[in-house]
Design a protein around this ligand. Structure first.
Ligand code: C2E
Ligand code: CA
Ligand code: CA
Length: 695
């Protein structure tokens, strides 16, 4: 102890009200205790009462070690105190954990002084400052530090502390492998020394932004990592008070890749990897903007593989898919890099030629595409020949919007198909009119049966020799509310192509036989009814059953029904058609070869198939009275038919002269406007009168 220090202090044994005690009494945030040489309490201020729980009365006279010293510390404390008294060895100030009256620990910073009073006795004063708040704060700080450490460890993000000039001061990384370069290479360095220039520049820009705006800014960047390009998101924030920056970096490669995948799926066809319809049309729109801006030309090709459905149906979808992939590849190979080939869906492709010097160039490119398909496709050990039909539309001539151009190219493609496939066709406005009409007819035809828009007319047929009606041909009429009257020559081919001929054909058979029943009953005669059948109707395996059912339903004997078919049916050469025709013949139903003289007019069919009737096309009948060749052909056809026991019908008889000549030529039956136009059923029932007049 320092004697000079104690000497000038007021000293006494039991003082109650000296100025020092008054001062200590006034502060209750500090505990002050006085002890005599035997460590008995001689002073105990309010602060001590608060800190240790003993009141002044309880404490005075008690020994230090019995009050606030925990058991293990008692001996050393007693020893230190006696060392101080006897040998003047000061007890240094220190942090101690003492004891509260209630038994709990009290953390204090304890300082000690020794006074010698006028009686030469020594008094030790302890001044204890409560450390519990400090400890709490320290514990909190440690906890926060640990928490931060745990967070750093748990989060895959990288954390960097930067000085405002961009120097990297510190970092936290879960895994150092995530770092672009090793910490040694970047600590104390600037961004620009470590990162690629473009990325470093981005950082600098956003650090400045974060500084001036005083809030978090974020941006994305990419880095070339050993495993490929990685994508990152960086968030930068000025650290409050310190002039440092916190940069948090997150690897967003995964979400970036899935977003890219989604983008690909949305824009590319998964089978062929070509741009899909959406992307193709988007590119077309871009090309069209250039067309407008730079006054150039562009071409849109609409491609459709010929008979692809047949391949799919006969060889299966797997082969079909392989074929589409190979077809896509060949198209790409045949085009330049700048040209786009996309898949519109199914077996339809689109080709975009962006700047076209001359329209004829489009034809050259189309030819190149057609040629690319010349070589057979080798699949599963087979050689498959696949061809395509191409429709070409040129912008701006054939349209300036993607949708119009695509539609017009599609129209031209149909024209290419009509030209026999495996070819290309330019769009013309006339095509559009025809297409629109076709489209409207097709649209209206759906539901026409349900709306009862179809009606059968009947054109009487007469026996040329006796001039009596022997039957009629059923001819379909369509009265449509929107389009008016549509001729069968126009709507039957469309019904054929769309397949609607099947239900319409069933309607015709039923309707014709119902009328025939009525007609036969009213006149008590075995009239025949001729009904036209289209090639497509033979695809229906139920056809024969439908016919039998209709005959039975209307109690018509089989030989009163005559089915008219054209060579087109026979040219398919399918065994199923042959079988159906033989079945029809066996049932006693009559078979008639329609439109003889047009098309191939192969006489061999007459021998090959069980025909009962030959109908000479009206284009020959029109010429028989003036044209020797026509007359000779008709004469020969009649002679040959008769030798095969086939009856001959002359259709399109428009004059008395024609009828007389046909009579001379031994023609069996006649039909035509001279005798009667096709009539509604009710009119035919009354038609008899006029005809009997003729006889
Ligand atoms: P088609 O079988 O050759 O029918 C005869 C066509 O010649 C009918 O035309 C008829 O009105 C017309 N015609 C009759 N007499 C004369 C005449 O003296 N002079 C001239 N110039 N023409 C005459 P339509 O009714 O317009 O039928 C056209 C074609 O439509 C038919 O030719 C037939 O191939 C097809 N068709 C008509 N109805 C049906 C049907 O119910 N089913 C099927 N599959 N095809 C049908
Ligand atoms: Ca006919
Ligand atoms: Ca005919």
């Amino acid at each position: 102890m320092a004697p000079n220090k104690t000497n000038n202090m007021p000293t006494h044994q039991y003082v109650t009200n000296d100025p020092l005690h008054q001062l200590f009494d006034a502060v209750d945030s500090i505990s002050v205790q006085g002890y005599d040489e035997q460590r008995r309490v001689i002073y105990w201020n309010k602060g001590s009462e608060l800190l240790y729980g003993y009141s002044q009365q309880e404490a005075i006279g008690k020994k230090l070690e019995d009050l606030i010293i925990p058991a293990p510390m008692r001996e050393p404390v007693v020893e230190a105190h006696s060392n101080w008294i006897k040998h003047d060895i000061e007890i240094p100030a220190s942090e101690l954990t003492l004891k509260h009256k209630a038994g709990n620990d009290v953390a204090v910073f304890s300082s000690h002084v020794m006074f010698t009073n006028q009686y030469e006795t020594k008094q030790m004063y302890c001044i204890d400052v409560d450390l519990s708040e400090v400890h709490k704060a320290q514990a909190e700080a440690t906890f926060n530090a640990n928490m931060l450490k745990t967070i750093f460890e748990a989060i895959p993000d990288l954390f960097f502390v930067l000085e405002q000039d961009g120097t990297i001061a510190d970092y936290h990384a879960n895994n150092n492998n995530d770092l672009y370069v090793s910490p040694k290479q970047f600590i104390g360095k600037k961004m620009i020394d470590v990162l690629p220039e473009k990325v470093a520049h981005k950082f600098q820009l956003h650090i400045e932004k974060a500084t001036t705006q005083g809030k978090m800014v974020s941006f994305e960047y990419e880095l070339n990592m050993p495993e490929g390009i990685n994508y990152y998101e960086a968030r930068v924030r000025l650290l409050a008070k310190k002039s440092q920056m916190m940069v948090i970096i997150r690897d967003i490669s995964e979400p970036h890749r899935s977003a890219e995948l989604i983008r690909r799926q949305a824009h590319f066809d998964s089978l062929t990897a070509l741009p899909n319809r959406f992307l193709s049309l988007d590119r077309l729109s871009q090309i069209l903007m250039e067309v407008q801006k730079n006054h150039v030309k562009a071409a849109v090709f609409f491609l459709d593989l010929d008979d692809f459905k047949k391949v799919n149906d006969s060889l299966g979808h797997e082969v079909g898919d392989k074929l589409l992939i190979e077809a896509a590849h060949r198209l790409q190979q045949a085009l330049k890099k700048n040209d786009t080939v996309g898949r519109l869906g199914g077996d339809e492709f689109i080709v975009l030629i962006s700047s076209l010097d001359d329209e004829s160039d489009a034809l050259v490119i189309a030819d190149r595409l057609l040629k690319a398909f010349r070589k057979p496709f080798k699949l599963e050990g087979r050689d498959l020949i696949l061809t395509l039909s191409i429709g070409i539309a040129i912008s701006p001539k054939d349209g300036t919007s993607a949708s119009v151009l695509l539609r017009n190219a599609d129209t031209a493609m149909y024209q290419a198909k009509a030209l026999g496939r495996n070819t290309s066709s330019f769009f013309t406005p006339q095509m559009n009119v025809a297409m629109r009409r076709r489209f409207e007819i097709e649209e209206q035809m759906h539901g026409a049966l349900e709306r009862n828009e179809f009606e059968l007319y009947y054109q009487p047929q007469i026996d040329v020799k006796t001039n009596t009606i022997i039957g009629a041909e059923a001819l379909l009429r369509w009265h449509n509310i929107v389009l008016g009257e549509i001729t069968p020559d126009e709507f039957i081919p469309i019904a054929e192509q769309t397949g609607l001929i099947a239900p319409i054909g069933v309607f015709v058979i039923n309707q014709a036989l119902r009328f025939l029943n009525e007609w036969q009953t009213v006149n008590n005669q075995q009239y025949t009814m001729a009904v036209n059948l289209s090639p497509r109707q033979f695809r229906d395996p139920e056809l024969v059953n439908i016919i039998i059912h209709a005959l039975n339903e209307n109690t018509i004997s089989n030989e009163c029904l005559e089915l008219e078919i054209t060579e087109g049916v026979l040219m398919d050469g399918q065994t199923s058609i042959r079988e159906a025709l033989l079945q029809i013949d066996e049932l006693g139903i009559k078979l008639s070869m329609d439109d003889f003289g047009t098309g191939y007019s192969s006489l061999s069919y007459l021998r090959e198939y069980p025909f009962d009737v030959l109908k000479i096309d009206r284009s020959f009948i029109a010429g028989i009275t003036d044209n020797k060749a026509d007359c000779n052909l008709v004469k020969a056809a009649i002679a040959m038919s008769h030798s095969l026991e086939i009856k001959v019908v002359a259709e399109g008889v428009e004059t008395k002269e024609q009828l007389d000549l046909l009579n001379e030529l031994n023609c069996d039956i006649a039909q035509g406007f001279y005798l009667s136009k096709p009539l509604p059923g009710a009119k035919l029932l009354t038609f008899l009168l006029r005809c009997s007049k003729a006889t």
